[in-house]
Ligand binder design. Structure first.
Ligand code: GDP
Ligand code: MG
Length: 346
């Protein structure tokens, strides 16, 4: 392949503009049609209510399966995309089907780092068993949104048994993604103790697996020291809800050091959490979190649309601007107004 087009996916087909109805889209998804999966993910990320309705219908055909949802998080440049490329390739050659969703809050439109990620995933782009969605960025803070969960479910409907979610090293998205996955992998570069201390404890506590990446060449020794430093700090972390101790592994996407150990650790983790029922419980609580969020969103939208509430809000805003009232009182006033509206209508 010439240099010029080596980053261009030869299998890329121009997006099909014909809109399918929910039934046909479901059928295509269940057949594993990649183009229609892309279409479905775009609908899931759309804010238009007709698109949301189609996705809701499609998702009503979702059947529970023991899929593996894995977050790959860590600071920018830690080697997450390269790692996903190598491990994805390894799994795909074993016949596994892998979907990769990248959450990139920094550049939903520009495509700058998306191109970067695509070039890091050169091996994967041409794999039949692999589907890559470069930017599953949402509209909510940190780029992780309810839409990301929908994207995971849609990918699974299309037959992907591993769904890997890569986040960009932004604190918020790294935390939010933990509500979407079964396994949380934290990727760090070899570094001094001080650098590792820079990783927030909250993020450390989410990790099911610590991966010291780039353990190759002259970084190998430093990587070993980093692993020791991480192991030492583990004793300070709260025990995990699933009761398993997070492992630390050295890894290199260049030499493929420990690739078998890594895939074995992933498989074992899933065996263990399915066995001790954490898998099922965790997914149920993620669903109930999603339910609560959706309900809250609807309540807010509905209430904000009531004309009296709109008026009251702008009058409160004026009072606050003139220091005649303070936001602390506003909640109670709005609550009272909502209750009055309900009383009148009942
Ligand atoms: N030596 C070495 N370099 C790596 C390895 N993995 C990634 N890199 C390099 O680290 C840089 C950042 O990688 P990337 O995957 O884009 O990191 P991300 O921002 O975490 O997704 C790139 O220049 C990679 O070539 C590795 O295992 N060993
Ligand atoms: Mg990346």
């Amino acid at each position: 392949m010439s240099n010029q087009n080596k980053n261009i996916n030869p299998n890329f087909k121009k997006a099909n503009r014909i809109k399918l109805n929910a039934e046909d889209l479901t059928k295509k998804l269940l057949e594993g049609n990649k183009m229609q999966l892309s279409h479905a993910l775009s609908l899931a990320e759309s804010l238009r209510s007709e698109d949301r309705k189609i996705i809701a219908k499609v998702l009503s055909n979702y059947k529970k399966r023991k899929t593996k949802r894995i977050a790959v998080t860590g600071p920018p440049g830690a080697g997450k995309s390269t790692l996903i490329d190598s491990i994805g390739n390894h799994l795909a050659t074993q016949g596994k089907k892998i979907a990769i969703l990248t959450i990139d809050p920094s550049s939903p439109q520009s495509g700058g780092s998306i191109l970067g990620d695509k070039t890091r995933m050169e091996q994967l782009i041409n794999q039949e068993n692999v589907y890559i969605r470069p930017s599953a960025s949402g509209t909510e803070a940190g780029g992780v949104s309810a839409a990301t969960m929908e994207c995971i479910l849609l990918s699974e409907m299309a037959g992907y048994e591993y769904v890997i979610v890569e986040t960009v090293g932004v604190g918020q998205s790294e935390v939010a993604v933990s509500d979407l996955v079964d396994m949380y992998m934290l990727v760090v570069q070899p570094g001094s103790g001080d650098e590792l201390q820079g990783i927030k404890r909250g993020i450390m506590e989410l990790a099911d697996l610590f991966l010291i990446n780039k353990a190759d060449g002259d970084k190998l020794e430093l990587a070993k020291m980093s692993a020791k430093a991480i192991d030492a700090s583990k004793s300070l972390l709260h025990p995990k809800a699933h009761g398993l101790k997070p492992q630390t592994l050295l890894y290199s996407s260049e030499t493929l050091l420990n690739i078998d150990k890594l895939t074995a650790a992933i498989d074992q983790f899933f065996i263990d959490i399915i066995d001790n029922q954490f898998y099922e419980k965790n997914r149920n609580s993620q669903m109930s979190l999603w339910l609560t969020r959706e309900i809250n969103k609807s309540i807010i939208e509905t209430v904000e649309d009531i004309p009296q509430i709109k008026e009251l809000k702008s009058s409160l805003q004026n009072q606050i601007n003139n220091s005649e009232a303070f936001p602390i009182e506003a909640g109670g006033i709005i609550k009272q107004a909502i209750e009055d509206i309900f009383k009148k209508s009942s």
